[in-house]
Design a protein around this ligand. Structure first.
Ligand code: MN
Length: 745
């Protein structure tokens, strides 16, 4: 510390004292404090000359990460020390050997894990995936690596404001894509919610701000509603003599945003959606009984929805979550979710597994469930045949799945995600049973493989030795274990077929006096436009390849040479090279040699390159957009809020190009608008009058269907830009009878 300037010292020591205060209960001996101090001094010295983008001394970042670890995740001295050291090996001269020498083997292992995974997402596609896989591999060894990594990411998200906008979007996309689900699975609810909200703030700033402002404005109404709702309950609960507190919490900005988008509702329709939480100060041996006593008081006052009772106390979720949930009807006609739990359960719900380890002696059951989950992930990771990108998708599937409980014929309980089928259950028992599964008996009744199970079903699997995995199975299995098993079997089959293709190819080359070697094969891949020999050989075996074309690329001496490389392929290659060279975490913005140049859209005279408008989101001038370099179809322009954008940006960052609209009013773009309302005379008439008359917009098609007094219509029109579209939608809303108007693409 001695070499820092006085003003820096002041900032750093203030942060450090904050960390010590926050970690008080984990520092039980003077040795703990000395150990943390040692890590702090060591890291402060290593990062001496570095500053953050915001201008603060760099060491403030590791201190903040350490504080999140202890205060918000509930981790102890080792994690605090490792969080303080987490960037030393990667960003300074410190080596892993230094760490081992000065701190020990345990610290070295954790820092090693952190350093290895910190490169995740920064390079090309496969590296991202591979790094993520490595990250998961560290799970069973030391889950603290993941916790510290999440704390690191959370602090980076909290301070993302000082980064460049393109970098903000990329980091935010990754966070939404992987870190938030991971936090969810580890039961770190508070961390997950904050990561999601912060991601939204940078990927969809307008939507985020709008919801945030509306939430603030409606706070008072919500508070009034909650106090009215709970006042009769309080009286009765006080009579029971239980110690409790009641909290009412609005939904997170991200979850409101998602509801608005997915359920097509307005903020005003859902702003008062919240959960009322009754938290009991009970002894652990009484907490279940006490929770049910509260349930009984609540349902004496308010009518419960029988379909919405969830007893996570008897059967905790695999991330450790325990709580008793019910949804009741309020006097104002709104459903309100009630969560009943003890203080211990509440801490687990917010801070997750680490908080639970403090109580671990009493809850062996949860631990074994968590182990179970880790083992399932392990299975997946160790399945080397799985394509890494598939792996990530499958893994995400696992992260978000809701759970149900299925019994074996012998009464053993197994956990499966919601919508799992009989076939998923078969794979869950054993890979070989899944592969040979031909059907099942659910509660003694015969059902097909794709039968969707319900919680509480008892399932017996029927197998046959003649059965083998089919491609169609992938359409209905939902667990990653089943998916990866089926994919692997199919791949093996492809390999066998491809073997035959390889033989035909060898014969053909022999007849042309061309050697079968890697160099020649790579020319053939270019000629037929395949990425790998396996796919090529497979298609040869299927008779889909015209082998006589080979003759045209034979150069003398038995060598093959394919000359023509399309402009796009070369561009693609160049971008891939650039991606490798660039700093970590950068979205490539260079184009056509000059850096930071965007593709200009909308004006054909300025068209530097060919691009197509993506069909998934059909952007129009005025929309925020980016270009994406596809393999076969050139550059596609997507909206930044396209449903596919997050995946494209985080998986294939190096193929993302900047793009912007040139202002113009000549060209027209096709948009779709969906509207609903209450049936009335003349809607169609006023609509066509409006569109073609006063707004002078060309209609491509207009459909209206009505049922029981309600109608639902689709208008496909040609507009110049988003402003033009907004005008149209505003005017449509003014028409009597029309209730909702929404852009669909
Ligand atoms: Mn860091």
């Amino acid at each position: 510390m001695k070499d820092y300037s006085e003003s820096d010292k002041k900032i750093i020591l203030k942060d450090y004292r904050g960390l010590l205060r926050a970690s008080k209960k984990f520092r039980t001996t003077p040795e703990d404090t000395a150990y943390i101090r040692k890590a702090f001094n060591y890291a402060a010295e290593a990062h001496m000359t570095m500053r953050r983008k915001s201008g603060e001394p760099y060491i403030t970042h590791p201190i903040a990460v350490a504080r999140i670890c202890t205060e918000e995740i509930g981790l102890g001295a080792t994690s605090i020390a490792c969080a303080l050291l987490h960037d030393t090996v990667e960003d300074t001269d410190v080596t892993l050997e230094d760490i081992e020498l000065i701190f020990g083997r345990r610290e070295k292992r954790i820092i090693d894990g952190l350093t290895k995974i910190s490169g995740a997402f920064d390079l090309s596609t496969s590296d991202q995936a591979e790094n993520f896989r490595k990250m998961i591999l560290t799970l069973p060894d030391d889950v603290r690596v993941i916790f510290i990594k999440l704390a690191d990411r959370l602090h980076n998200m909290r301070t993302l404001g000082s980064m460049r906008p393109d970098k903000q979007r990329k980091i935010a996309s990754e966070t939404l894509f992987l870190y938030a689900p991971l936090a969810h699975r580890l039961g770190l609810n508070a961390v997950k919610t904050e990561l999601e909200d912060l991601s939204l703030k940078y990927t969809e700033p307008e939507a985020y701000n709008e919801i945030a402002i509306k939430l603030r404005k409606s706070q008072e109404i919500r508070a009034r509603f909650i106090s009215q709702f709970i006042s009769p309950l309080k009286k009765e609960l006080d009579k029971t003599g239980l110690k409790y507190s009641i909290k009412g919490r609005p939904k997170s900005i991200y979850s409101i945003y998602n509801k608005i988008k997915k359920k097509k509702v307005t903020f005003e329709e859902i702003y008062d959606l919240f959960a009322v939480r009754i938290i009991l100060d009970s002894k652990q041996e009484n907490e279940k009984t006490d929770a049910w006593r509260v349930y009984s008081v609540v349902t004496d006052f308010y009518r419960p929805n029988p379909d919405r009772l969830r007893d996570w106390i008897t059967n905790p979720r695999s991330n450790g979550y325990e709580s008793l949930h019910t949804t009741v009807m309020s006097p104002t006609g709104k459903w309100v979710e009630i969560q009943i739990r003890s203080e211990r359960m509440d801490e687990i719900a917010e801070k997750g597994m680490a908080a639970h380890w403090k109580y671990k002696d009493s809850k062996k059951k949860i631990e074994s469930k968590f182990d179970n989950w880790i083992n399932k992930i392990r299975d997946l990771v160790e399945n080397k045949e799985t394509d890494t990108l598939d792996f990530i998708d499958d893994f995400k599937l696992n992260l978000y799945a809701e759970e149900m409980y299925i019994f074996t014929p012998k009464g053993e309980l197994r956990t499966l995600p919601k919508n799992a089928t009989a076939l998923d259950f078969a794979f869950d028992i054993h890979g070989d049973i899944g592969k040979k599964c031909i059907g099942a008996k659910v509660n003694h009744k015969l059902v097909p493989l794709n039968h969707i199970l319900s919680s509480g079903d008892q399932v017996e699997i029927i197998t046959s030795n003649k059965q083998k995995p089919k491609e169609a199975w992938l359409d209905f299995v939902v667990t990653s274990k089943a998916r990866s098993n089926v994919k692997q079997s199919l791949k093996e089959e492809v390999k066998q077929v491809a073997e035959q293709g390889k033989e035909s190819l060898k014969r053909k080359l022999k007849s042309l006096k061309v050697d079968y070697n890697d160099k020649n094969i790579s020319e053939l891949l270019k000629l037929y436009d395949f990425k790998n020999p396996l796919d090529l050989n497979f298609q040869i075996a299927n008779g889909k390849i015209d082998l006589s074309k080979i003759k045209s690329i034979v150069v003398k001496g038995g060598i093959l040479k394919y000359e023509k490389e399309s402009v796009l392929t070369s561009l693609f290659r160049r971008k891939q090279k650039e991606a490798k060279k660039l700093d970590q975490g950068e979205i490539i913005s260079s184009f056509g040699g000059k850096s930071s140049e965007a593709i200009i859209l909308g004006d054909d005279s300025l068209k530097q390159v060919d691009y197509k408008i993506a069909k998934c989101c059909s952007p129009i001038p005025g929309d925020n957009v980016f270009g994406f370099l596809t393999i076969n179809e050139g550059i596609k322009i997507h909206r930044t809020n396209c449903p596919n954008a997050v995946q494209l940006m985080s998986h294939y960052a190096y193929r993302v190009l900047k793009a912007k609209w040139k202002s113009q009013t000549l060209k027209e773009f096709s948009v779709g608008v969906e509207f609903t309302g209450i049936d009335g005379m003349g809607i169609l008439n006023s609509l066509t009058n409006l569109v073609t008359g006063s707004l002078n917009i060309n209609i491509k098609s207009l459909n209206i269907g009505s049922e029981a007094g309600f109608f639902n219509g689709n208008l496909n029109a040609l507009v110049h830009d988003t402003k033009h579209l907004d005008d149209l939608m505003k005017e449509m809303k003014k028409i009597e009878g029309i209730k909702t108007v929404e852009r669909v693409y």
